[in-house]
Design a protein around this ligand. Structure first.
Ligand SMILES: [Zn+2]
Length: 160
């Protein structure tokens, strides 16, 4: 994959991730009990999986690009916009994100591969499925991640 870091002209945000501007007072999270199955499909409870990185002592400290990617998918499902922004590299981070479209259901995540380019750069290929208004949507993306100051960040993604 080419290095897509840098100017906004190179940014390719997956269509499903393109959001409207955040309305004032928008609900920032969708409640999900900590012992619910994690949305990322790991079969672990949310609190023992992606939830650890959304909040608490390990907040923002996903140990690998893949765990960060999974936790970002779960954050999309849960409308944790704060987490999505905080784990988005400043060079490509949008100013704001809007919550999910009403009625949008995220159906699941499949991680295809996780590959280290070097200790601080990695890519994750994944498929995310969703449904809106009775229409299924399949998003296949190869995302690039960078680790800075010990924390992984999403940089950019290219649709497949
Ligand atoms: Zn998870």
């Amino acid at each position: 994959m080419s290095n897509g870091r840098g100017g906004t002209a190179q940014r390719e945000i997956p269509q499903a991730y393109q959001r409207r501007a955040v309305p004032e007072n928008a609900a920032m999270t969708t409640p999900l009990a900590p012992d619910s199955a994690c949305p990322c499909g790991s079969a672990h409870p949310l609190s023992a999986c992606c939830g650890r990185y959304h909040a608490g002592p390990l907040a923002g400290q996903a140990p690998t690009a893949e765990t960060l990617m999974r936790s970002r998918y779960s954050a999309f499902v849960l409308d944790r916009l704060d987490y999505l922004l905080s784990t988005w590299h400043p060079s490509t981070r949008p100013a704001t994100l809007a919550p999910n479209e009403p009625g949008l259901r995220w159906l699941g995540l499949t991680v295809r591969h996780h590959r280290l380019h070097d200790p601080d750069h990695a890519e994750v290929s994944f498929v995310a499925r969703s449904k809106l208004g009775g229409r299924a949507h399949r998003l296949e993306e190869v995302s690039q991640f960078v680790r800075e100051d010990g924390r992984w960040h999403y940089v950019t993604g290219v649709l497949r």
